[in-house]
Design a binder for this molecule. Sequence first.
Ligand SMILES: Cc1cc2nc3c(=O)[nH]c(=O)nc-3n(C[C@H](O)[C@H](O)[C@H](O)COP(=O)(O)O)c2cc1C
Length: 206
Amino acid sequence: MELTVAITGASGTIYAYRTLQLLAASGAVKTVNLIMSSVVPIVAQVEMGANLKDADTKKINEWLGLDEDSKLIRYWRLDNFAAKPSSGSNKQEGMIIVPCSMGTIGSIASGAGTNLIHRAADVTLKEGRKLVIVPRETPFSSIHLENMLKLSQAGARILPAAPGFYHRPKTIEELVDHLCFRILDQFDIPHSKKTQWTGEEVKAGE
Ligand SMILES: Cc1cc2nc3c(=O)[nH]c(=O)nc-3n(C[C@H](O)[C@H](O)[C@H](O)COP(=O)(O)O)c2cc1C
């Protein structure tokens, strides 16, 4: 399977970090076309202390703890409109934008994108492939909500960065993974399923 993963400048770089690690661990994905917006190095520095400035495939592999000769990640520059995900003729399963800023959502919803992330999302929708968008903002304005409705009606799957608590997470990692598992589920990509709800007989007040 081949996928495109885009990281934007919304809070929650850690969701992208874990999603990429889980994709690598799954063994189900051969190629991840990775794109990052220009704000990501700032957010990654603030939130994770990570240095993603002047990123390339080697630097991304180091960040994720992948082997330096791993062929999974193929990194594309944001201004490279000749990149693989820029064309519908490149057959792939779909695209994940995690986390997704309101700026990127607005650009895709307007159809007037200006960078490779916007273009790749536009291509994914026009080709009828799966586009999973993980928005992060709070609270949402009616502009944000309208843009997300528009994208949902155009076929995108809106999967908000809103992890559940029913698996009783004890660490931030468990909370993050719960959301990332839901992202992988959209493509039927295997994971540990540790947080999958299997049903329980619980009465209110117990
Ligand atoms: C530390 C940090 C956290 C941010 N968090 C959010 C956020 O949660 N949601 C959002 O829409 N924008 C957030 N922003 C603002 C975006 O980065 C900004 O709107 C940017 O223009 C988005 O561009 P991009 O979509 O190309 O990444 C944040 C910025 C910084 C520096």
